[in-house]
Design a protein around this ligand. Structure first.
Ligand code: HAM
Length: 435
């Protein structure tokens, strides 16, 4: 008997999700499938630090964004350096590309990353303080066909995990040629409105953000505001037309959202968001766009890039909302050992170890369970095959191989090769797709 615990149980920090089995299977399937799709399109994995110099995000993401001004996990380390848990991935990728001279080789540099990001937001359904993204960045070539590739890749990622009820919204945010003139027009329009002091201040610093104001009265006032998409220079217009034309030809559906405002400052030209209506307020399941000035901003060459970040947490929620289960890869192991009696259990432990050494996923019932309890374990494990070893079988030098799906069984000699032959299942019975 264990003693009574006198410590109070602890919870995860507020707004930080756990993914525990069985839901963790959906999480890992989504993340791995997104990464697999990125690799299929020629993106190579980059593993980045979870914390960086604070200056990277201040310069890269933009001081006027909520992400930088209100949401960063920033602290001084023991050497009194200011470091920040990464709130997003693009700035870090840029820093690493510059630091390792990846931009001095063949362009575009195509990179894929995934992992946790941290934003001190107000937690609610689908809005976490530790969030998970899979991202790609294609750096060094300003080609609208690459914009179409990145967008089509994101669309394919969602479809590959079975998501259908989402919408792709698209716009262009212009470039350093046409944006300043548009910004002035928008500011002139906004300064004529009876805005409160805070909103007027926002109009001075980041006028585009006012277009994203959720308040009814502000929305009504800005209904006729000039919009960037109607003020693009010829270059940006042609770029955007190639992007939309290519997406049309690829059969990727989208809607133009001229009022789209992204939460990060680096976007130029093509900008997009994937929205799912089954998620309530936190409907953005992914987004991205082109960023012309970012690399120069953090001290590198003046090269353009484009990328996306897909929200894994929200994709999992969206799949739940659509009732999609990813049971194709849900099985934990292929083979489960059921052994009765101490000697048989000892022998089974060795067999299971040998199966694993042969690349076959396997587990067994521990804790001296009886047949019924052990078979329950086999059931929960998702295994398609059970190996049953009792004292009588052990004495006879045999083991029973049960095909749990087909309810068939046969007895084979207690020999690893014979056992492997007997548990081989045809491809359509395989429960793992080798991700
Ligand atoms: P973002 O739009 O800030 O873009 O984030 C991308 C996705 O991450 C969102 O669409 C959402 O699904 C998910 N996400 C963001 N915040 C949270 C949160 N608090 N809780 C749960 N999920 C969240 C970026 O981060 C850019 N770095 C994407 C990019 C890459 N643009 C160009 N390259």
């Amino acid at each position: 008997m264990s003693e009574q615990n006198t410590f109070q149980a602890l919870s995860a920090p507020k707004g930080v999700p756990d993914y525990v089995p069985p839901a963790s299977a959906t999480f890992i399937n989504v993340r791995d499938e997104f990464a697999r799709q990125a690799r299929l399109a020629g993106y190579q994995h980059i593993e980045l630090p979870v914390f960086e110099d604070t200056a990277l995000f201040a310069r890269g993401v933009g001081e006027s964004t909520d992400v930088v001004s209100k949401e960063m996990y920033t602290f001084a380390d023991r050497g009194d350096r200011s470091v920040t848990l990464r709130p997003e991935g693009t700035a870090g990728v840029m820093r690493a590309v510059i630091e390792h001279n990846l931009d001095r080789g063949y362009l575009p540099v195509k990179l894929n990353y995934y992992g946790p990001f941290f934003r001190y937001e107000r937690p609610q359904a689908g809005r976490y303080r530790q969030l998970q993204q899979v991202g790609v960045e294609a750096i060094g070539v300003d080609d609208p066909l690459l914009d179409a590739e990145v967008i089509a890749l994101a669309d394919r990622c969602y479809r590959a995990v079975g998501l259908t009820g989402f919408r792709l919204e698209l716009t262009s945010l212009g470039c350093r040629e046409c944006r300043p003139g548009y910004r002035e027009k928008l500011q002139a329009f906004l300064f004529d409105l009876p805005l409160d002091e805070d909103t007027r201040h926002r109009a001075e610093i980041n006028p585009l953000r006012v277009l994203d104001d959720k308040r009814e009265d502000v929305r009504a006032m800005t209904e006729d505001a000039p919009l960037m998409l109607d003020h693009l220079c010829d270059g940006c217009r042609a770029h955007f037309e190639t992007v939309t034309g290519t997406l049309d030809a690829m059969g990727v559906a989208y809607v133009i959202n001229k009022r789209m405002v992204r939460g990060l400052d680096y976007y130029t030209k093509t900008t997009f968001e994937f929205v799912h209506d089954g998620l309530g307020a936190q409907s953005g399941i992914g987004g991205g766009g082109r960023y012309d000035g970012l690399m120069a901003q953090i001290g590198g060459q003046d090269l353009s890039g484009i990328g996306f970040g897909l929200g894994v947490d929200r994709t999992v929620l969206a799949l739940e909302a659509e009732g999609v289960t990813l049971d194709g890869v849900l099985s934990r192991v292929d083979v489960f050992g059921v052994a009765i009696g101490e000697a048989a259990q000892g022998r089974m432990a060795l067999l299971i170890d040998e199966l694993r050494a042969n690349g076959i996923s396997a587990d067994m019932a521990y804790g001296g369970r009886g047949l019924k309890g052990a078979m329950k374990g086999a059931d929960r494990s998702g295994a398609h095959t059970a190996l049953v070893l009792g004292e009588r079988e052990l004495e006879a030098g045999e083991v029973t191989v049960k095909n749990l799906a087909a309810h068939e069984q046969r007895t084979v000699p207690l020999d690893i090769d014979e056992i492997i032959d007997a548990i081989f299942v045809p491809a359509d019975l395989e429960t793992s797709d080798g991700l």
